[in-house]
Design a protein around this ligand. Structure first.
Ligand code: SF4
Length: 288
């Protein structure tokens, strides 16, 4: 997790590790070549299983990812949101029916590459496309209408206040907080004590520190804010610095020098909060 930190998609790293252990334990260190067994592995869904089995073992399974779905939908001039279950099922059936069973891995990769490089979401390069003569969307002049744009989730604004507690030796405390926001923002990795706040960030953070760490009577100094986007959430990070005589010693906490943060697996949000401690204070927000 330390090496992966900052890259996002943390559940993939966790599942990869868990799957590797299971492959060693139950499959003699070799990725299973049967669909049912592959689907039992952590993090392996129908798409990944079909991709791995067709490419590695020539198992005749068609893949359907976003690129393939777009190519097939244009070839057949299927309109509407492709992720709707009935459309996706139809596309999956087409991917399977059209599969070149002699070389399924090559076929699947060719379709994925076609979507990635030529049949792109915007401005597909139909004039050089090797399958244009079979493409209904091209014939009908519908390539910019298919697929329909996906309906975007409405953005949610939220504020997270976080505390960088600092002792006289320049050390700080990180927690593993099972709070409501940690899996989204801090990806269940080490993080600064933090809480979602509304109107009075400083007071709300103080209250959180009292309740979670037993820290009281501290002065929270506002640091420069940072923006952070996670899927549909627009997050404003509100870091605060507090000097303390002694850091609390509790379960699920780690104490370390702030400059050694990279020794632990942390999310990019945690890095942004840490970076605020080294920025000029003039960028701090007022009225907190
Ligand atoms: S002709 Fe154009 S729209 Fe049709 S598959 Fe090729 S690139 Fe895609």
């Amino acid at each position: 997790m330390k090496l992966w930190s900052g890259l996002g998609y943390y559940s993939r790293a966790r599942n990869l590790h868990r799957a590797a252990k299971e492959i060693l334990l139950h499959h003699e260190g070799k990725f299973p070549d049967e669909l049912d067994a592959a689907l039992q592995l952590p993090g392996i869904g129908r798409y990944t299983a079909a991709a791995v089995l067709s490419i590695a073992y020539d198992v005749p399974l068609g893949v359907l990812d976003g690129n393939v779905a777009r190519v097939l939908a244009r070839l057949l001039a299927i309109r509407g949101d492709l992720r709707r279950p009935h459309r996706w099922r139809r596309l999956a059936k087409t991917a399977q029916d059209w599969l070149a069973c002699g070389s399924p891995g090559d076929w699947n990769q060719a379709l994925m590459e076609l979507g990635e490089t030529i049949c792109t979401p915007q401005n597909p390069r139909c004039e050089i496309c090797p399958v244009s003569k079979w493409c209904r969307a091209y014939k009908l002049g519908l390539t910019d209408k298919i697929p329909s744009p996906r309906v975007k989730r409405i953005a949610v604004n939220m504020k997270i206040a976080a505390a960088i507690l600092r002792d006289p030796r320049g050390r700080t405390i990180l927690v593993k907080d099972p709070g409501a926001h940690d899996h989204v923002l801090f990806s269940r990795m080490w993080q600064f004590p933090a809480v979602q706040v509304a109107r009075h960030p400083r007071a709300e953070l103080e209250k959180h520190l009292r309740a979670s760490l037993g820290v009281r009577g501290i002065v929270l100094e506002a640091l420069p804010t940072a923006r952070h986007g996670v899927t549909f959430r627009n997050i404003t990070l509100l870091p605060f610095l507090a000097r303390v005589e002694r850091l609390p010693k509790l379960a699920r906490t780690r104490i370390l020098a702030l400059e050694n943060l990279s020794h632990l697996p942390v999310s990019s949000a945690t890095r942004k909060i840490a970076a605020a401690a080294s920025k000029p204070r003039s960028e701090s927000i007022s009225g907190l």
